[in-house]
Design a protein around this ligand. Structure first.
Ligand code: SF4
Length: 384
């Protein structure tokens, strides 16, 4: 029997890890520490829509007649429903999550249909009603689909990305004239051009593909926004040199990487605040702690009525950048509800004592509200 420990996975950089590193090196470092993952409705909806579109492109239509119509909408519904249920199961088994929202189903259907419209657009059939799409037409689209949902990795294993769709661009004679890397986006479409980080992500896919396929025809890349059916091209020089520099800088370390707290990092999207003291110290020092309608806080829980969620909290202040919590002596009325109440009760039943991190508390009212969307976690900042 081979009792050698498996070799550690070599360090790889993805566009999202690169973006996290650029936003805040500490955020990137924390994201690698196997801390509890956070599930979100937007991400689950996105995964279900992506997977259902990929399933449609992979459908085996051999048993169908080329003239058959009316099959696509049924197949689209079946694929989406199956993926939706799959995502729901993953979501509900994730402890760190809000409530599942079945109300988002119509949005998922709309985004999937828009994705189909964008695929039809690629073969010059944008206006084609979905219930009129023949098996023959869909096969034409499948024939132009070179790859669906694949991992792109440079030959040296250092840079990676997840490719949604690789489609052939063809001329009127059906000859391949180029490749299109299409990345499906279920988030908000840009008003004009792509955000710089999205542009860079798409160019990284393009550049890895080109590096691995030196004989490739011209490669272009687009973000396909399923909320609007807008296609946005990413253009510009190769990003590989910068990506390798970022790979070097993001090598795993025992010592936490430097934080860069501020409005553009902590003020935006960071899932790791319960393990980072720096947002708290920055808010405290800049006088912006608890100043927004939805704000993060560190508190002691003094009372909780499990039947109503009514609670008494004592907000804390940081002693210094280490994040040591100092009780302020003030008492604030609060109410936990939905997932917020479930999670705080779980924490208490597990014997939690001491400060708690509460993320995105609704504070623009006399009684703070810790609702289903809030993070409720033990306060345990890493010491650095
Ligand atoms: S809370 Fe702010 S400083 Fe801390 S990891 Fe997140 S972005 Fe960086």
């Amino acid at each position: 029997m081979d009792d050698e420990a498996p070799a550690p996975r070599p360090h790889r950089l993805s566009p999202s890890a690169w973006n996290r590193y650029e936003t805040c090196p500490r955020m990137h470092w924390l994201s690698r520490q196997r801390l509890p993952r956070k599930a979100g409705m937007a991400a689950s909806l996105g995964t279900a829509v992506h997977a259902s579109i990929e399933d449609l492109l992979n459908l085996d239509l051999d048993s169908k007649s080329p003239d058959e119509r009316g099959w696509l909408v049924k197949a689209a519904d079946a694929c989406l429903k199956a993926r939706w249920e799959e995502e729901k199961a993953v979501f509900l088994s994730t402890p760190r999550r809000p409530a599942w929202s079945e109300k988002k189903w119509p949005d998922a259907v709309k985004q999937q249909r828009n994705g189909i419209t964008m695929l039809l657009d690629h073969i010059g059939q944008r206006q084609h009603p979905h219930d009129e799409v023949t098996v023959g037409l869909w096969r034409r689209l499948q024939a132009q689909t070179l790859a669906v949902e694949g991992e792109l990795v440079t030959n040296d294993g250092r840079l990676m990305g997840r490719l949604d769709l690789l489609l052939a661009d063809v001329d009127e004679q059906g000859r391949t004239t180029g490749w299109l890397v299409a990345d499906l986006k279920t988030g908000r479409p840009p008003k004009a051009s792509l955000k710089p980080e999205v542009n860079r992500q798409l160019r990284m896919y393009r550049d890895i593909l080109l590096a691995n396929n030196p004989e490739a025809p011209p490669v272009r890349t687009e973000g396909w926004y399923t909320q609007s059916t807008g296609k946005h091209a990413a253009e510009g020089p190769s990003v590989l040199e910068e990506a390798y520099a970022a790979w070097q800088a993001t090598q795993p370390t025992e010592v936490p990487l430097e934080p860069t707290p501020g409005p553009d990092s902590c003020g935006g999207f960071c899932d790791w605040k319960a393990w980072c003291s720096h947002w708290w110290w920055w808010r405290h020092e800049s006088g912006t702690l608890h100043r927004e309608d939805f704000a993060d806080t560190v508190v002691l829980l003094h009372e909780l009525d499990p039947s109503t969620g009514a609670a008494v909290l004592e907000p804390c202040e940081p002693l210094d950048a280490s994040g040591r919590a100092i009780p302020t002596g003030q008492h604030v009325a609060a109410r936990f509800d939905g997932r917020g109440l479930e999670v705080v009760q779980t924490l208490l039943s597990e014997g939690h004592q001491g400060p708690m991190f509460l993320g995105s508390v609704m504070m623009n009212r006399q009684v703070w509200r810790i609702g289903p969307w809030c993070d409720v976690l033990p306060w345990s900042p890493v010491s650095a």
